[in-house]
Design a protein around this ligand. Structure first.
Ligand SMILES: *Cc1c(COP(=O)(O)O)cnc(C)c1O
Length: 490
C-alpha cells in the first residue's frame, strides 16, 4: 500500500488557504534577498487534500491515543488533555522568550513552583529546568559532578562506574563528558554486584550512575550500601530518574543519598513523548551541588508587600545547557499533571503502575521466562521472547506479531544482559480489561509459536509496512520526500 507524496497531489493553481490582510506595514524586500531562480517548489493542494493526507498518515502510527503502548523504560502513559488546555492558554502559549521578566511573572512563578515540587518529589535541594531530555539531563549532571570534584582540587576523578543493566545513554553521556566508562556487572538477583563495585572504588572514581529501580524492573536491594560505598571512596551518585514512575510518593532518591538525578517529564509526568516532539529532563541536586546547577534558574524575592520572581545564575554554575528557559510548554504540562494529581494522586500513580506490571508478570511468567521472576517487579519487568520447544521464534517475532493484535510492541533486546528481552511496562493508566487483552495476546502468540510458527515469523500481517531493514534505514537516512530537492538544497 503506497501513499502518494503530498507533492504528487499537487495541481497548479489549487489553494488551501487565504492569506489574511497584513496588519503590519508592507515592505519591499531588498533585491539581494529575492529569489533568483524559478518559483518555490511547494505542493499546490486544497485544504481537504492536506487534511486527509496527514490524517491518513497519522492513522498508520500506533500511539498511546489508539493502542496500549507497553514500551518498557519509556513510560508511555496517557497524556491527559487538561495538560494541553493549560499549555494552550494564550498567556503561556503567546509568551516570547525575550520578553521582560516583569511581564512574564506568571510563567516564572509556574517554573519556580515546578522546581520546588520536583525537588520535593525526589527529596533534593534544588532543580534546574533547562535540559531538554533525559540524556541531556545526564550530561548536565555529569558535568556538575566533574565541576564539583575540580572545585575541591580533586582532579584525578576520571572514571564513571555504570551497571551493565544501564540504558545506553548513561555510558554515552559519560563518554561525552570526557570520562572513562567502567561497567559493573549485576548479580543473579538483578542487583549491582557489590564485590565488583568494591573492586573498582578508588580515588579515580568520579561517581556511579545508577537507575533505581533498574532496567530489569528491580529495586536495588542494597541501594543504601551502594551509595555509602561510593561516597566513602569520594565519588558521587548519579540517579537516572527515568524510572521514577515506580517511586512517586513512596521513596525519595535524594533521601537515600543520591547526589544528582534527572527526571523525564515526558515519561513520569505525562508530557507528550512521540513524534520527535520536545522532551524535558530537569536535573535535581543535593545541597552540595546546588551552586553548580546550569542557569539561569528562577528564584523568588519576597517583601511584605510583593513577591517578585527573577532569574538567578548559581555562583559556580556550569553555565547554560540550553537556549532560553527550557521547553516551557512541557513545563506547563508537567506542572498541570502534578497539580491535578496532588500528593495522594501521585502515590496512587506509582502504586497502580507497579500493580499493573506485577499483574501481567504473574499471568505470563509460566510461558515467557522471566529471569527475575521470583521477585516482585516494580513498574516494569523483563521477560524473554523464547520458547525451549519452538527454537525458531525470537523476541522480535513476538514483538512484531503483537502488532497484529493491535498492541505496540514492548521494548525488545534491552536491557542487553537478558537474551531475547521483552521489557514490558503497562503504566497505571490501563484498565484491567486492557491488561487482560494484552496477556491473552501474549499467550495466543506463544501458542502460535508452536502450532503455526510461520505466522509469527512473518508478522506483522496487518500493518501498512512489514518488517523494515532498520540497519539500512539508519545508515542511509533519507529525510526529504523528494531527493531532487534534497540535492539542490531547495
Ligand atoms: C528514556 C531513558 C533515558 C533517556 O531519556 P531521554 O529522555 O530519552 O533522553 C535514560 N535512561 C533510562 C533508563 C531511560 O528509560
Amino acid at each position: 500500500m503506497s501513499e502518494p507524496l503530498i507533492y504528487e497531489l499537487s495541481k497548479p493553481g489549487r489553494k488551501g488557504i487565504v492569506m489574511p490582510e497584513p496588519d503590519v506595514p508592507t515592505y519591499e524586500l531588498p533585491a539581494e534577498l529575492l529569489r533568483k531562480t524559478g518559483s518555490v517548489p511547494l505542493p499546490e493542494v486544497s485544504q481537504i487534500d492536506v487534511t486527509r493526507h496527514f490524517t491518513r498518515l497519522s492513522q498508520r502510527n500506533m500511539s498511546i491515543d489508539t493502542n496500549l503502548y507497553p514500551l518498557g523504560s519509556c513510560t508511555m502513559k496517557y497524556n491527559p488533555r487538561i495538560n494541553e488546555d493549560m499549555a494552550r492558554l494564550p498567556g503561556f502559549a503567546m509568551l516570547h522568550p525575550l520578553q521582560d521578566t516583569s511581564t512574564a511573572q506568571g510563567a516564572l512563578s509556574l517554573m519556580y513552583e515546578l522546581q520546588t515540587m520536583l525537588a520535593e518529589i525526589a527529596g533534593f535541594a534544588a532543580v534546574s529546568l533547562q535540559p531538554a531530555a533525559g540524556a541531556h539531563g545526564e550530561l548536565t549532571g555529569i558535568l556538575m559532578m566533574r565541576a564539583y570534584h575540580r572545585d575541591r582540587g580533586d582532579h584525578n576523578r576520571t572514571r564513571m562506574l555504570i551497571p551493565d543493566s544501564a540504558h545506553g545513554t548513561n555510558p554515552a553521556s559519560s563518554a561525552m563528558a570526557g570520562l572513562q566508562v567502567v561497567e559493573i556487572p549485576s548479580d543473579t538477583r538483578g542487583n549491582v554486584d557489590l564485590e565488583a563495585l568494591r573492586a573498582q572504588l578508588d580515588d579515580t572514581v568520579c561517581g556511579l550512575m545508577i537507575t533505581n529501580p533498574n532496567t530489569l524492573g528491580m529495586f536495588e536491594e542494597h541501594i543504601e550500601e551502594v551509595v555509602n560505598l561510593v561516597h566513602a571512596a569520594g565519588g558521587l551518585v548519579y540517579g537516572d530518574g527515568a524510572n521514577m514512575n515506580a517511586l512517586l510518593g513512596i521513596a525519595k532518591p535524594g533521601e537515600i543519598g543520591f547526589d544528582v538525578m534527572h527526571y523525564n517529564l515526558h515519561k513520569t509526568f505525562s508530557t507528550p513523548h512521540g513524534g520527535g516532539g520536545p522532551g524535558s529532563g530537569p536535573v535535581a541536586v543535593a545541597k552540595h551541588l546546588a551552586d553548580f546547577l546550569p542557569g539561569p534558574i528562577v528564584q523568588v524575592k519576597s517583601s511584605p508587600d510583593h513577591t517578585v520572581f527573577e532569574w538567578h545564575m548559581p555562583v559556580k554554575s556550569i553555565g547554560r545547557m540550553r537556549a532560553f528557559w527550557g521547553n516551557f510548554g512541557m513545563l506547563v504540562r508537567a506542572y498541570t499533571y502534578i497539580r491535578v494529581h496532588g500528593e495522594e494522586g501521585l502515590r496512587a500513580v506509582s502504586q497502580n503502575a507497579v500493580l499493573n506490571a506485577n499483574y501481567i508478570q504473574a499471568r505470563v511468567k509460566h510461558i515467557y521466562p522471566v529471569p527475575q521472576g521470583e521477585r516482585y517487579c516494580m513498574h516494569e519487568f523483563v521477560a524473554q521472547g523464547k520458547f525451549a520447544d519452538a527454537p525458531g521464534i525470537r523476541a522480535l517475532d513476538v514483538a512484531k506479531r503483537l502488532m497484529d493484535y493491535n498492541f505496540h510492541p514492548p521494548t525488545n533486546y534491552f536491557p542487553l544482559i537478558v537474551p531475547e528481552a521483552l521489557m514490558i511496562e503497562p503504566t497505571e493508566t490501563e484498565s484491567k480489561e486492557t491488561l487482560d487483552s494484552f496477556v491473552e495476546a501474549l499467550l495466543s502468540i506463544a501458542e502460535e509459536a508452536h502450532t503455526n510458527p510461520a505466522l509469527v515469523k512473518d508478522a506483522p500481517h496487518t500493518a501498512p509496512m512489514r518488517r523494515l531493514d532498520e540497519v539500512r534505514a539508519a545508515k542511509e537516512l533519507v529525510l526529504c520526500c523528494r531527493l531532487d530537492l534534497a540535492e539542490t538544497g531547495d
